[in-house]
Design a protein around this ligand. Structure first.
Ligand code: NAD
Ligand code: ZN
Ligand code: ZN
Length: 391
């Protein structure tokens, strides 16, 4: 089959690789009909997440048709149309029973690698480095889906296009979880750093969960315009105005009730010396994660507010404002999304017409053009927000 493989820093290549086969009773083989490129793929592409190997198949946002099933999967049939959550979860361990699927205790065969960096190991994730399981990803014609009786959600309504349900695999639940972690109450103002695909769903979800006002922060006007036009967000272009000042002005001097970081470890800023410091330390591998967005989210949040972190961080960040966090009673919540928890309720919201997640799609390419898709998405060219690939 054809698959998009990581071939080194800033390089991917669509190659001929062996077809996946059933290895365990609870596996399914899915013929992929649509798959997408995520901001998390960029961290792998850019070389910031360790333990990638040349030839690894990328991709963790995918859907398709079940073509083969292990004998232990009783809830799916060959021919079913399914969306597959990005974390691989067994459904039965302590973490899964608590709904914490992205830290499943049974799906990361390389737990030792992750323990070295994180203390404890999170779950395995499709196409997301050896430290996170070494599973082949879904930017391919076929994928093996372990624990297929737990993760995939069946799409029974043929009237729903792939693009409308595909993002149940990751970015819609992720944005939703980012907003849910804010415990939004009537009247709340929520500020969201990053108006990429994940930020767009955090913004839309904050409104779905009752926020009075959502403020989107980015430097790309076309992304801010999407947040304003689609979700009704107010916007701040951080290259044009001072973000902390603008937020104070928009919140009667208190700061937002909740701040969502939908940026992550490759944050950019024009903050002069601190940005130079972060880039230099990251380049020298002395610091793995750049902190301008998270630092600003913490410093801007109102006293007693919540900072919800859905942007991905990989290792260590300098100049973490621990004093601001501690002295001002800020709650911080975070996680790789526990996607399995959200697929059913969010599919219901789609079916009820509350949201059509396809609004983020700006680019559709055949799988063979994945290298172009990565470059366009990474460099924010051609007003790119989200790239969908068709195998
Ligand atoms: P993206 O690269 O398209 O979007 C990131 C946005 O952040 C860009 O628009 C960029 O301009 C903006 N940005 C950069 N620096 C900023 C700053 N200092 N202030 C404000 N905005 C800034 O990526 P995406 O697909 O939207 O993903 C966003 C993050 O979410 C990534 O870190 C990704 O890894 C992460 N993610 C997390 C989960 C999860 O489960 N927690 C799931 C999916 C993606
Ligand atoms: Zn993702
Ligand atoms: Zn589990």
């Amino acid at each position: 089959m054809r698959a998009n493989c990581w071939t080194g820093r800033n390089s991917v290549d669509v190659q001929e690789v062996p077809d996946p086969t059933i290895l365990n009773d609870r596996d399914a083989i899915v013929r992929i009909t649509s798959t997408a490129i995520c901001g998390s793929d960029l961290h792998l592409y850019d070389g910031y997440i360790p333990t990638m190997e040349k030839g690894d198949i990328l991709g963790h946002e995918f859907m398709g048709e079940v073509v083969e099933l292990g004998s232990g999967v009783g809830n799916l049939a060959v021919g079913d149309r399914v969306v597959v959550p990005f974390p691989i979860a067994c459904g039965a361990c302590n973490a899964c029973v608590a709904g914490l699927y992205s830290v499943c205790e049974n799906t990361n065969p390389n737990a030792g690698m992750a323990e070295n960096l994180f203390g404890h190991a999170p779950a395995g994730i499709f196409g997301y480095s050896h430290m996170l399981g070494g599973y082949p990803g879904g930017q391919a014609e076929y994928a093996r889906v372990p624990f297929a009786d737990v993760g995939p959600i069946k799409i029974e309504n043929d009237g729903l296009a792939d693009e409308t349900v595909l993002f149940l695999s990751d970015i819609f639940p992720t944005g939703y979880m980012g907003a849910e972690m804010c415990d939004i109450k009537p009247g709340d103002v929520v500020a969201v750093w990053g108006a990429g695909p994940v930020g767009q769903f955090a913004i839309a979800s904050a409104y779905l969960l009752g926020a009075e006002k959502v403020i989107a922060i980015d430097r790309f006007d076309y992304r801010l315009a999407m947040a304003a036009e689609h979700s009704g967000a107010q916007t701040i272009n951080y290259e044009e105005v001072d973000v902390p000042d603008a937020l104070l002005e928009m919140t009667a001097g208190r700061g937002p009730d909740a701040c969502i970081d939908a940026v992550g470890m490759e944050a950019h800023s024009d903050l002069g010396p601190l940005q130079v410091y972060d880039r230099a330390k990251q380049a020298a591998r002395l610091e793995t994660d750049r902190g301008p967005a998270l630092r600003q989210a913490i410093m801007s949040c109102k006293n007693g507010g919540t900072v919800s972190v859905i942007g991905v961080y990989g290792g260590f960040m300098d100049k973490f404002p621990v004093g601001s966090w501690m002295n001002r009673s800020i709650t911080m919540r975070t996680g790789q999304c526990h996607v399995q928890r959200y697929t059913r309720p969010l599919l219901d919201r789609i079916e009820r017409g509350e949201i059509d997640p396809s609004f983020v799609v700006t680019h559709r390419l055949p799988l063979d053009q994945a290298p172009r898709g990565y470059e366009t998405f990474k460099n924010k060219e051609d007003n790119c927000v989200k790239v969908v690939l068709s195998p």
